[in-house]
Write a new protein. Structure first.
Length: 305
């Protein structure tokens, strides 16, 4: 291989690696756009966040460790459940994106259940969640979970006081049962201040790319801040069990929250290296009787860019 070919190969590798990082850069550009929108709307100045270079360096390092963890979970046939709870706009979705970003979706999947159907409302409360639990070699991230009953359902009156009490009686035993069966259960609560939630809601109201995230239920959660606070405090006090404790993530600074949560998650599951057999790319077979037919021009997507 001459120097020109070598340089072309290195450049192709560089572009491939840069393209892989671009997804994260696009997400961060979105955060910058929201900051500019905040300035336009006259929102109060915010303290400087984590240095971008530090953030990216640590994020990519942690994502590399998540891949190692994924391999270990597969090799050891582990079953892992991670629950993400918190107020609306607390940043649960952002950390879930960063966890799953470089993982195999067949190994690590997200369960984000919609409101229960009429039929599901007549089932045992935990029944629709049980179907999403992991099999051997799988990680399931619950973007909200059975703790809906202790939060939004309780505050908004979607369940009775007796149903809430039954939930609090049942959930510790339910989680202990999962753990006895060999499932690893981790529970994270993302904590933000009253002022930070108001700031993020205002961003959603005025940002056309974020407005879909602001549901009527979210608007009600602003009015009922104190009710949600009381419900959260009761929930944490009554479901913080030794077998499955709650972990609170300070989430006002989104970048720090993501790094801290991922770092903590990795520390909860001992893992090691998994030996992989070497992969050898075979030579492509070529046959003299094969002719590749041209694709009709009208089938191509127009090259606008």
């Amino acid at each position: 291989m001459d120097s020109a070919q070598r340089a072309a190969e290195v450049e192709a590798i560089r572009r491939e690696v840069a393209d892989d990082f671009d997804e994260e850069l696009e997400l961060e550009m979105e955060d910058e756009r929201l900051e500019r929108l905040a300035d336009e709307l006259g929102q109060p100045a915010r303290p400087p966040g984590l240095d971008r270079k530090v953030y990216f360096r640590e994020l990519f390092r942690l994502q590399h460790e998540l891949v190692r963890l994924q391999d270990w979970v597969q090799a050891q046939k582990l079953r892992v459940v991670v629950i993400f709870e918190g107020r609306d706009s607390a940043g649960k979705g952002g950390v879930i994106k960063r966890i799953t970003q470089r993982l195999n979706p067949r190994v690590c999947r997200v369960a984000a259940l919609p409101a229960p159907s009429e039929r599901e409302r007549t089932q045992w409360y935990f029944q629709r969640y049980v179907t999403h639990l992991p099999a051997a070699g799988e990680i399931v991230l619950f973007d909200r979970s059975w703790y809906n009953r202790a939060g939004v359902e309780r505050v908004m009156g979607f369940c009775s006081a007796d149903e809430v009490e039954e939930f609090f009686r049942s959930v510790p035993e339910f989680e202990r049962m999962l753990i006895r069966s060999g499932i690893i259960v981790l529970k994270y609560w993302f904590s933000i201040t009253d002022e930070e939630q108001e700031f993020r809601f205002n961003m959603r109201i005025h940002d056309p790319l974020k407005q879909w995230k602001l549901s009527p239920m979210d608007v009600q959660s602003r009015r009922r801040w104190e009710d949600y606070t009381k419900a959260k405090e009761d929930m944490l006090a009554r479901t913080h069990i030794p077998e499955a404790p709650w972990w609170v993530v300070e989430a006002v600074d989104k970048k720090r929250a993501r790094l801290n949560c991922i770092s903590h998650l990795l520390a909860q599951i001992p893992y090691g290296d998994v030996e992989h057999p070497p992969v050898h790319l075979p030579e492509r077979e070529r046959h003299d009787d094969y002719t590749r037919h041209p694709v009709p021009a009208e089938m191509f997507v127009p090259q606008v860019f």
